[in-house]
Write a protein that binds this ligand. Structure first.
Ligand code: PLP
Length: 323
């Protein structure tokens, strides 16, 4: 049973376990000096052909789709989207079709491989040169699927609506249980990349709910839409409202002061493989960690740059999950 359902037994939300909880935590030595660094490894969280942070969101999105009587998930992302792939693979296992609107992004080997996986996933794919073209086409994407007798549910990029964000409220409760069990010290800071905000928003709400004083530090890696602290706090607040509407009580309020965001490691745009990011990916590979330069490399570059200022212990969330 989910930790959220253990806390509120009458909670009127569906949950399907798609991975084995809790994901492991351990000290991460030898990667960044001058810091008490821990890792929570989401890279194996999943039971199918993909793992990582998007699987946590789908644990709540898939049952909610059933509740809404939806048979088609419509969503958007870059041509290397981890979210779109997780949606297509896990949706298919649960009888849902996926329609993807994909925007071009800088292409490297990782993106090329992702695109091949997307094309093999059975998802219906529509490609656009830029975000503007995709925005113009989005209503058509939805309408054409209704005409074909499908009942689409539109999910924003990264699955970062309040339902998806529940995945990281749950994960924050998991971190709290691991702290209580003595698996790691109470972190002063949890670090994640911010691509669409659901991970950071869920964590900010969940850590407060768990009574931890841990702060979220998010390295913003996407410039397609605003993802600063007030935006993330608003998503956390909408997630809290969803929980109360479904029977949860005594929810804390989350404000912009509850988290820190910075986009110093973004580079020129979303997907730009900066030297700092690719450097961290190479260093991590020597420790046996398979990362990528779009999210996880940039989150680690942020930790390396801020090692002396970030309050420790620091818990880094490894959000990347290739299989
Ligand atoms: C999507 C993604 C993120 C960012 O999570 P959001 O909830 O979209 O902010 C971080 N790391 C990886 C590997 C991702 O695929």
């Amino acid at each position: 049973m989910s930790l959220l359902h253990q806390r509120w037994p009458g909670l009127d939300l569906g949950h399907v376990a798609l991975g084995t909880a809790p994901s492991p935590v351990r000290r991460l030595d030898g990667l960044i000096d001058d810091i008490d660094l821990w890792i929570k490894d989401e890279s194996r969280y999943g039971d199918g052909a993909w793992a990582g942070n998007k699987v946590r969101k789908l644990e709540w999105i898939i049952p909610e789709a059933a509740r809404r009587g939806t048979n088609t998930l419509v969503t958007v992302g870059g041509i290397g989207t981890h979210w779109g792939l997780a949606c297509a693979l896990y949706g298919r296992e649960h009888g849902l079709s996926t329609v993807l609107g994909l925007v071009d992004q800088p292409v490297d080997d990782h993106v090329r491989q992702q695109l091949a996986r997307l094309e093999a996933s059975g998802a219906q794919i529509h490609r656009y040169a830029g975000v503007r073209q995709l925005r113009r086409a989005a209503p058509w994407l939805i309408a054409s699927n209704i005409r074909r007798g499908r009942l689409p549910w539109y999910l924003p990029a990264g699955g970062s609506n309040p339902v998806g964000s529940l995945g990281y409220v749950e994960t924050a409760l998991e971190i709290s249980a691991q702290v209580r069990a003595g698996d790691l010290p109470e972190p002063a800071t949890v670090v994640t990349a911010i691509g669409s905000g659901g991970t950071a928003a869920g964590l900010a709400l969940g850590l407060k709910l768990a009574g931890l004083s841990t702060r979220v530090f998010g390295a913003v890696v996407n410039d397609s839409f605003p993802l600063d602290a007030p935006v993330i706090a608003r998503l956390a607040t909408r997630t809290a409202s969803l929980l109360s509407a479904r029977g949860a009580t005594d929810l804390p309020s989350v404000g912009a002061a509850d988290l820190v965001t910075a986009d110093d490691w973004l580079g020129t745009t979303y997907g730009d493989p900066t030297p700092a990011s690719t450097g961290m990916v190479e260093r991590a590979a020597r420790l046996g960690l398979a990362l990528e330069p779009v999210y996880t490399g940039k989150a680690l570059a942020a930790i390396a740059d801020r090692a002396r200022e970030l309050p420790g212990p620091v818990l880094w969330l490894n959000t990347h999950g290739p299989r």
